[in-house]
Design a protein around this ligand. Sequence first.
Ligand SMILES: Cc1cc2nc3c(=O)[nH]c(=O)nc-3n(C[C@H](O)[C@H](O)[C@H](O)COP(=O)(O)OP(=O)(O)OC[C@H]3O[C@@H](n4cnc5c(N)ncnc54)[C@H](O)[C@@H]3O)c2cc1C
Length: 487
Amino acid sequence: MVDLMRTVLQKVQVEQTLIDQYAREAAKIVGEDNVSVNRADLLATCRDYWPVNNVWMVEGAVPALPQLVVWPQNTSEVSRLLALANAKKIPVTPFGEGSGALGGVVPLKGGITMDLKRINKIRFIDHENLMVTVDCGMNGALYEEELNRAGYTGGHFPQSLRCSTVGGWLSCRAAGQFSTRYGKIEDMVVSLEAVLPDGTVFSGRSVPRTATGPRVDHLMLGSEGTLGIITSAALRIWPLPGKRHLASYTFERLEDGLEAIRLFMRAGTRPAVVRLYDAQETGNHFPELGDKRCALILIIEGSAKIVDAETSVIEDCVTGQGGLDEGAEHVEHWLEKRFNIGVASMLFQKGAVLDTIEVTTNWHNAHSTYLAMQQALLAVEGTMLASGHYSHVYPEGAALYVTMVGFPGDHKLAYYKNLWQAAMEAAITEGAAISHHHGVGLHRGLWMAEEHGSGMDVLRKIKAAFDPHGIMNPGKLGLEEVQEWQK
Ligand SMILES: Cc1cc2nc3c(=O)[nH]c(=O)nc-3n(C[C@H](O)[C@H](O)[C@H](O)COP(=O)(O)OP(=O)(O)OC[C@H]3O[C@@H](n4cnc5c(N)ncnc54)[C@H](O)[C@@H]3O)c2cc1C
C-alpha cells in the first residue's frame, strides 16, 4: 500500500511536545471528539482541488500535513482555540470543504488545521430587511436549500456549490453562475463576524452602508485565512424570482457576442446568467450547435414585468450584433449539467493535465486577452486544447475563464508550471487582473507582486497588524517568500 505521509512542500513542523500540549488544552475547549491526530483526518484536510495535489497523490505523496485537526462548534470556541495557538505561536490553517483550486488549505508549516464545518447553521432570516445571518461552515447547497424553503434565494451558485462553504466563498471572493444579477459574494455581504489570531471577536454592523471609516470586517473578504477566521456573515437574500426567461443565441464571431453584452449592460439590464463561449467550447458543451459559431446563454429572472422589459432590451442588443436566436432548450441543458465536475478526474486518469484559469478584463481588452492567453497556452509543448468563455459580466468589463488540457507524458509538473507562467504573463501584458474568483492560495502567490505593485507592502503591513506572530495560514497570498517549487 502507498504511504501517503510523504510531504513534498513541508520544510518545517511544530515541535511535537507543543502540539501535544495544545491538543490537551484544545480538548478542554471543544471536547475530545473534536480534536484528532488520526492519519485519516490529517490526510482529509491537507489538500484541496489544486491539480498539482493529484500528481503528487498518484506518486504516493501529499503537499504537507497538519499535525492536529480541530473542529470548533461556535465563535467562542474559535476565539479560545486561536488565542491558545497564538500564545504558543503554532500555525493555524482554516479549512472549509477544501474545494479551493490553488492550494490554499495546504498547511505548509504543519501545526493545526481548523476545520470549520461544524459551525454550520443559518442563525437568523431577517424577512423585513432581506438578510440572512449564516455560519461560516455551512455547506453551499444546504444553505441555498434552506433559504428556498423559506421562499428566498441566496443568489450564489458557484460550480462547487455542493462542495464548498459560505466561509470559503467569503475568504476567496467567490463568484456564482448567477453573478450578473446577484453579484459576487462580496457584493452580497452586509457585515461579517470574524476572529483575530489573539482571540478578539469583531463584527460589522448589519446596516445598509456606513461612513464611519474603513469597514474593518470587510478587510476579511478575500483574506484566504491569512488574517483570522470569518465565523459568520449577514448576507443579502432575494425573494424567489416570479419569472425566469431562458434564451440562447449564436454569433459568427466572439467579439460580436462581447459587443452585444457590453451594450445590454450599458443599457442597464442585469440578466442573472450571461455565458458567452468561444466556438470550441460551444462545440464541446452544445454539440447540436456545431463548433463554428459562439453560443451565448442567458437567464433573465425577477418580477415578471421587469423580466419582460429586460428581455426586450437584451433582444435588441443581441440581434443588432448579428445574434441568431437558438431558443431555450440549450439553456435547459446547461441548467441540468452545470454542477457536473467529473470530466477533470476522468481526463486525469487518462494522463492529461487539465486546469482552468480565470482572469478579469475591461471591455477594451476582453477579446485581446482571450487571444493572447489562448496563443500563449497553445505554444506550450504538450497542449492539446486552450479554450475560453466569459461568465461574469459588469458594466465595466467581463471575467474570462480559460480551460486548458495537455498530455505532457511524465513531465506533468514542469508542464503545469509552464502553462501557468505563459497564461499569467499573457494576462498581465494585456492588462487583465490575474484572478476573478478562484483567489490566490499558494500557487498564484508568484504573481501577486506584479498584480499589486506597492499595494503588496500595504497588504503585508495589514497582515503584520492583524497577525503579528504570522500564525494564520502561512505561505499564502504571496505574503511570504514564494515556494521553491514554483520557481
Ligand atoms: C470543480 C470546482 C468548481 C469551482 N467553481 C467555482 C465557481 O464557480 N466560483 C468560485 O468562486 N469558485 C469556484 N471554485 C473554487 C472554490 O470552490 C472556491 O474557492 C470556494 O469558495 C472555496 O470554498 P471552501 O469552503 O471549499 O474553501 P477551502 O478550499 O476549504 O478554503 C479556501 C481558502 O479559504 C480559507 N478559509 C476557508 N474557510 C475560512 C473561514 N471561515 N475563515 C477564514 N478563512 C477560511 C482557507 O484557509 C483557504 O485559504 C471551484 C472549485 C472546484 C474544485
